[in-house]
Design a binder for this molecule. Structure first.
Ligand code: P6P
Length: 340
């Protein structure tokens, strides 16, 4: 995708429209939805950048100097992404990390909406107080229930292979939106000067291997033996295979994944004593990240099976999650197969 002659940037909206033009059958409904998600990301980004000032402007639950109710940022993010998705008129229901049940949009255009959205509006929000990057994760499917009827939870229990699009926003040193519609992965960096996400990482492909392993080693004692063996493999001295690797763990899924996606690496959140099924949620954390990883030449699994093949049984289901460079994934699968 080239910028138009003489004009140096491709904005997210231009990119979405250009991609839509490549599909004559497309009616623009997915494009409109992605555009609205981009708007919500800009609104949330503006608020997060001021997060440190919340103490001055008032803590969550208080009324700030502008007389507004100060909300926790993850509630703020949930409200704005929910409102933007509803405003697109293309979505009949949303499953959010912030809501126990699905939120259905039953009036007007939305009831006919072709899509459903699964999202974690602000993943890792506990990191905000210490100014660590956090992210929004979203996943889009076609609805299964008939248009015009109220959506139900069965619309959301689809395997990740049925995703139409998936993406994340990382609110870091710069704010980026990275997404896929199944034709590769592209990254857009927010230019605050013009208030636009601009194409900055076209056709992201993760390296076949890497030297970064990301896992919370504080849980080491509870890891499956195969994971323990893999960690020791990463730490062994072997110049032939460029080991020992480097341990990098931020504790914010979007940040850890984004770094490994660009540099090569592996992220692992296996079963632990505190989280016997794993900690991360299948439908709004693992599936969208897995879709992006595979579209960028990487891989994602629950340790024994492909993440995207798993058929969800509940909205907030947790699964073990392994995601990253293909060769590193093959290696950890070997240890899991041999040692369990
Ligand atoms: P732990 C953040 O709370 C989160 O959901 C993910 O963003 C992150 O990868 C994980 O939990 C970190 O969990 O147990 O290592 O603090």
């Amino acid at each position: 995708m080239q910028a138009s002659a003489g004009y140096p940037i491709v904005t997210l909206n231009e990119f979405i429209i250009n991609r839509q033009d490549e599909h004559p059958e497309a009616k623009g409904d997915l494009s409109r939805l992605l555009h609205h998600i981009g708007i919500a990301a800009k609104i949330v980004n503006k608020k997060i950048n001021k997060a440190g000032l919340v103490d001055i402007l008032g803590k969550a639950g208080e009324v700030n100097v502008q007389g507004e109710d100060v909300k926790k940022l993850d509630v703020f993010a949930n409200d704005h992404f929910m409102a933007a998705i509803k405003a697109s008129g293309e979505v009949c229901a949303v499953a959010s990390e912030e809501n126990q049940e699905i939120i259905t949009f039953d009036e007007g255009l939305s009831r006919e909406g072709h899509y459903i959205v699964c999202m974690d509006p602000l993943d890792g929000s506990s990191n905000i107080e210490v100014n660590v990057s956090v992210g929004t994760i979203f996943s889009i499917y076609r609805r299964l229930s008939p248009g015009g009827e109220q959506a139900d939870v069965s619309d959301f229990l689809q395997p990740g292979t049925r995703q139409v699009a998936a993406g994340y926003v990382i609110y870091g040193s710069s704010t980026m939106l990275v997404y896929t519609t199944g034709e590769g992965v592209d990254g857009f960096t927010l230019d605050p000067g013009i208030g636009e996400f601009c194409l900055s990482h076209a056709r992201i492909r993760t390296p076949d291997t890497g030297r970064i392993y990301s896992i919370n080693e504080g849980n080491y004692i509870h890891f499956p033996l195969g994971v323990k063996k893999y960690i020791k493999y990463c730490q062994e001295i072997d110049p032939e295979t460029d080991r020992p690797y480097t341990s990098r763990y931020i504790g914010s899924l979007v940040s850890d994944f984004h770094r490994n996606l660009l540099m090569g690496g592996i992220f692992i959140y296996p079963q632990t004593q505190a989280a016997p099924k794993g900690k991360l949620r299948l439908i709004y954390e693992c599936n969208p990240i897995a879709f992006i990883a595979e579209q960028a030449n990487g891989a994602a699994s629950n340790g024994t099976g492909r993440t995207l093949d798993e058929v969800p049984v509940s909205l907030h289901q947790r699964v073990p999650f392994y995601v990253g460079s293909r060769e590193m994934m093959d290696r950890v699968h070997g240890f899991l197969a041999e040692y369990g």
